[in-house]
Write a protein that binds this ligand. Structure first.
Ligand code: PGA
Length: 250
């Protein structure tokens, strides 16, 4: 297919340094030349510095962080700043993943602060949004998506041309082995498109991804939805075989 597409691997808190290198060495041996989809690997902060060197070794691959702090610098023990990520050649950063929202208590406002810093930097954001099971059952999905998107973009002036990825990830589909149905994804991605169309994002390129139990069996069906430009993949990105199986379908 000819649309610009992205295959993002979110390794979360998996893979130590040796395992990460082993994975990339395996990826290096695969011929990726036929597929034009962009691969973005998001390893641990610790390994990013060494792994970005693989950009020179594997064509079409890039790297992202799984998070960044909401202040530019200062006394924030244990945190990592936007400029630190820039300085090692990292190009992407995941913002607002549901595990950070739910487990680590990140709010929409924290994510908005991060989004502003990232937008003004050389990094490109991968913003995660999505409703919980309760919100889905209470038919609040569109309200939640609207709040998450509008808050994240609220203080962006959209003067810079940027690639922005928005990953629709229903919380109940993440890591459960049960992806959302094609009908649900189609419907909710349309809602997201409408919300974005009401924001003047000027020359920004906004791409929509789906995430939540994507695997080799459901990838091509989901990717056949017109507005889906790729995937954010957790579990199935951890083995090179299952990741490549998905990648081949987009
Ligand atoms: P999953 O994770 O593919 O394991 O559902 C997706 C994500 O958390 O981004």
């Amino acid at each position: 297919m000819n649309k610009t597409s992205f295959c993002v691997a979110n390794w979360k808190m998996n893979k130590d340094f040796n395992e990460s290198i082993f994975y990339l060495e395996k990826l290096k041996k695969i011929d990726l030349s036929e597929n034009k989809s962009n691969i973005i690997i998001c390893p641990s902060y610790l390994d990013l510095h060494e792994l970005v060197k693989y950009k020179e070794k594997i064509k079409g691959i890039d790297f992202g962080a799984q998070n960044v702090f909401s202040e530019p610098k200062g006394s924030f023990t244990g945190e990592i700043s936007v400029s630190m990520l820039e300085s090692i050649g990292c190009k992407w950063v995941i913002l607002g993943h549901s595990e950070r929202r739910v487990v680590l208590g990140e709010t929409d406002l924290d994510i908005a602060k991060k989004m502003k810093l990232v937008y003004e930097s050389k990094l490109n954001p991968i913003l995660c949004i999505g409703e919980s099971l309760l919100e889905k059952e209470q038919k609040e999905t569109s309200v939640v998506l609207k709040r998450q998107i509008n808050t994240a973009f609220n203080s962006i002036d959209f003067k810079k041309n940027k690639n922005i990825l928005i990953a629709y990830e229903p919380v109940w589909a993440i890591g459960t082995g049960v992806a959302a149905s094609v009908a649900d994804i189609t419907n909710n991605i349309k809602i997201i498109k409408n919300i974005i169309n009401n924001i003047d994002t000027k020359d920004c390129n906004i791409y929509l991804l789906y995430g939540g139990s994507v695997d080799g069996n459901n990838a091509s069906n989901i990717f056949s939805i017109n507005e889906v430009d790729g995937f954010l993949i957790g579990t199935a990105s951890l083995s090179i075989e299952s990741f490549y199986k998905i990648y081949r379908q987009i």
